[in-house]
Design a protein around this ligand. Structure first.
Ligand SMILES: *[C@@H]1O[C@H](CO)[C@@H](O)[C@H](O)[C@H]1NC(C)=O
Ligand SMILES: *[C@@H]1O[C@H](CO)[C@@H](O)[C@H](O)[C@H]1NC(C)=O
Ligand SMILES: *[C@@H]1O[C@H](CO)[C@@H](O)[C@H](O)[C@H]1NC(C)=O
Ligand SMILES: *[C@@H]1O[C@H](CO)[C@@H](O)[C@H](O)[C@H]1NC(C)=O
Ligand SMILES: *[C@@H]1O[C@H](CO)[C@@H](O)[C@H](O)[C@H]1NC(C)=O
Ligand SMILES: *[C@@H]1O[C@H](CO)[C@@H](O)[C@H](O)[C@H]1NC(C)=O
Ligand SMILES: *[C@@H]1O[C@H](CO)[C@@H](O)[C@H](O)[C@H]1NC(C)=O
Ligand SMILES: *[C@@H]1O[C@H](CO)[C@@H](O)[C@H](O)[C@H]1NC(C)=O
Ligand SMILES: *[C@@H]1O[C@H](CO)[C@@H](O)[C@H](O)[C@H]1NC(C)=O
Ligand SMILES: *[C@@H]1O[C@H](CO)[C@@H](O)[C@H](O)[C@H]1NC(C)=O
Ligand SMILES: *[C@@H]1O[C@H](CO)[C@@H](O)[C@H](O)[C@H]1NC(C)=O
Ligand SMILES: *[C@@H]1O[C@H](CO)[C@@H](O)[C@H](O)[C@H]1NC(C)=O
Length: 535
């Protein structure tokens, strides 16, 4: 029954093919877009009011009956139904439903309407692939500065989607700045910090307008440009020693690991890089290593080392000052890390008293060298022991300096000088005699060697004495000698040794010049009283 009723109608349809084409040309054709799995309703013309007998056909290779408003004709598929007695409702669309549909309405006249159904699919999901260096726990990707990064975006959709990449750097409000790449993949060759931001891949089905996008945050990391720096410093407020490690200039900030060396005992790991040392760790010469690690830095990290040390002291053990004159005591600190605090003390009493700068005491410090100048020396007040103390959290050292205050040069000294000048003249003459006498040639050589040494030294020594008398500033001369000592010794080794001898003679003569400059001063400074006690 059903198929019999359809046949004449098919014939009519074929006959009216030309008529259909005419309607299409007249713009009566409608296009309806549906999506896979969705429902769609195709209207039979844009007509309001009562409708005639409506029959729907599918125009593939030939017209295929779908549905009729004559209820005695069943629909070709349960997915088809008639709404509002003329429109074709199709459920659960599939891509195969795409095509041209025709409806025939028989009223006074028979009219034909065509609807072009287009079926779109997706995109339902997109897959973004960024060849990043790594992924952070929160899902953010990071790449190392300068690296090459490939971006790709894929999605399945019918028809093929339009794919677009958007780049949004931080703080650019909403408006897509930069690249609108209508590409599914691209490569950035040299990542730089200004390429950090949110990368969005947008895939859009141009038929249905359905779009999906995936935003990926990409951070551009770089390690600090230079090596880490570390040092020890006394924390303000308390007297504890803290180790500080810095490795700046990278992004994000580096992390630090402090270890005790050797052994590598871990002291702590932090973003701050600061470790406070406890008392038991404060031993002279102890080393600490800081390893800075950065997420895109070298795998083994970058390190620096700190070695703490207690101060060592070098000073003259004995100084002399003339009554009314000035004297400068010098104290040289070495090996102290962190730098030592240098104090001058007077050990009249126990505990010793710290000397404060005044018109009588001038204290100057240049680096780790401190000088104490005592002005206008007086015998009762200034003679005695002075203490130079150097302290840092690692240790404390003290050295005693004995200051003797003497009356200024007396007549005896001058007489002694004249006598020695005379002796010198005699020595020169006898020396010359011995030298030029062929009879005493062999002996003369031997004697000459000794005498010449003494002669040269005596002249040298006398000159010093004279200068001192003129300037009345023995202490400055002494200090000069002391400082220049190594140079002098290197050039005139034998001369210097004899100088000590001659100076010793002069001292015995009572001119008040006390020798401090020979090798013994160094030995004494090695033997200085040393305390090694933590603060
Ligand atoms: C409906 O279809 C039946 C069977 O093909 C037919 O007999 C009947 O005349 C049709 N009715 C109309 C109004 O076309
Ligand atoms: C399609 O229509 C059927 C019946 O009219 C309905 O049950 C179903 O929910 C509809 N599906 C969608 C996706 O609208
Ligand atoms: C419908 O199908 C027929 C037969 O294949 C064809 O001649 C005709 O042009 C088609 N009509 C439309 C509108 O596609
Ligand atoms: C059916 O007709 C009514 C009123 O004319 C309209 O509101 C409704 O949307 C129509 N239904 C469909 C599926 O076109
Ligand atoms: C539907 O008909 C139009 C002409 O009206 C034609 O261009 C189009 O290709 C047809 N669609 C299909 C799927 O055959
Ligand atoms: C049939 O057509 C005539 C004129 O074209 C019109 O006046 C009349 O109302 C129509 N009848 C129906 C039932 O539509
Ligand atoms: C993920 O973590 C990184 C580093 O902690 C941070 O910079 C970024 O803003 C985070 N991203 C999100 C989306 O939370
Ligand atoms: C990326 O977008 C998220 C959410 O809008 C935002 O919190 C984040 O700061 C952005 N990241 C960058 C690097 O712009
Ligand atoms: C982004 O905005 C935040 C807060 O508004 C601001 O602190 C930051 O400096 C801005 N960054 C840039 C690169 O402008
Ligand atoms: C990027 O593409 C979107 C969508 O096509 C468009 O609205 C926007 O104006 C484009 N932006 C630029 C900078 O081309
Ligand atoms: C001693 O020092 C004081 C002030 O420091 C200075 O005025 C004085 O001239 C000095 N005396 C000698 C002899 O150098
Ligand atoms: C001062 O130091 C010297 C040398 O160490 C010591 O012999 C003397 O007892 C000390 N004087 C006082 C009062 O402590």
């Amino acid at each position: 029954m059903a198929s019999g009723g359809r046949v004449p109608e098919l014939g009519v349809l074929v006959c009216l093919g030309a008529l259909l084409a005419g309607w299409v040309a007249a713009g009566l054709e409608a296009v309806v877009i549906g999506e896979v799995r969705e429902n769609v309703t195709l209207h039979c013309g844009n007509i309001l009011g009562p409708r005639g007998l409506v029959t729907w056909y599918r125009n593939t290779s030939g017209p295929v009956f779908l549905l009729s408003s004559n209820s005695s004709l069943p629909p070709a598929s349960p997915r088809f139904s008639l709404v509002n007695s003329s429109s074709l409702h199709i459920e659960a669309l599939s891509l195969q439903d795409e095509g041209n549909y025709t409806c025939q309405e028989i009223l006074n006249v028979t009219r034909w309407f065509q609807v072009w159904l287009k079926v779109a699919s997706g995109p339902y999901q997109i897959e973004v692939n960024i060849s990043a260096t790594g992924e952070l726990p929160n899902g953010t990707l990071y790449v190392a500065k300068g690296s090459q990064v490939d971006f790709s975006c894929s999605s399945s959709s019918w028809p093929l989607p339009m794919v677009e990449w958007w780049f949004q750097p931080p703080n650019s409000t909403g408006e897509p700045f930069g690249n609108n790449l209508t590409l599914s993949s691209f490569t950035l060759l040299l990542m730089s910090p200004n390429l950090q931001g949110n990368y969005t891949c947008l895939a859009m089905n141009m038929l249905s307008g359905r779009q999906r996008k995936v935003t990926t945050e990409l951070l551009v990391y770089f390690p600090p440009p230079s090596a880490p720096k570390c040092w020890a410093e006394v924390s303000s407020g308390s007297s504890t020693l803290q180790l500080i490690c810095r490795w700046d200039g990278g992004y994000p900030d580096a992390e630090f690991l402090w270890t005790e060396e050797p052994g590598g005992v871990i002291m702590g790991k932090s973003k701050l890089g600061v470790e406070v040392l406890n008392q038991s760790q404060l031993s002279d010469g102890k080393k600490f290593k800081c390893v800075g690690s950065h997420i895109v830095g070298p795998e083994s990290g970058a390190s620096c080392m700190v070695q703490i040390g207690s101060p060592s002291l070098l000073s003259e053990p004995i100084k002399t000052c003339f009554v009314g004159g000035n004297v400068t005591l010098t104290c040289q600190v070495s090996g102290a890390y962190p730098l030592a605090r240098i104090l001058w003390l007077r050990n009249f009493t126990r505990p010793e008293v710290v000397i404060k700068p005044s018109s009588h005491y001038l204290i100057t410090q240049d680096g780790q060298s401190s000088t104490l100048t005592i002005c206008n020396c007086s015998q009762g007040l200034d003679e005695g022991y002075y203490v130079c103390r150097a302290e840092n959290p690692v240790g404390v050292r003290e050295v005693d300096i004995w200051l003797s205050v003497k009356e200024p040069l007396n007549i005896g000294g001058i007489v002694g000088t004249i006598v020695s000048l005379l002796l010198l003249g005699l020595a020169i003459i006898s020396g010359l005699l011995l030298y030029y006498s062929p009879m005493f040639c062999w002996r003369g050589k031997k004697i000459r060697g000794q005498d010449m040494g003494d002669v040269m030294v005596l002249v040298d020594s006398e000159e010093e004495e004279e200068e001192e008398e003129e300037e009345n500033a023995v202490e400055e001369e002494e200090e000069g000698n002391w400082r220049e000592l190594p140079k002098q010794r290197a050039k005139h080794d034998h001369i210097h040794r004899v100088t000590a001898l001659v100076n010793g003679n002069i001292e015995q003569m009572g001119n008040g010049f006390q020798d401090l400059q020979d090798d013994s001063s160094e030995q004494q400074s090695d033997n200085i009283q040393e305390e090694d006690r933590p603060v």
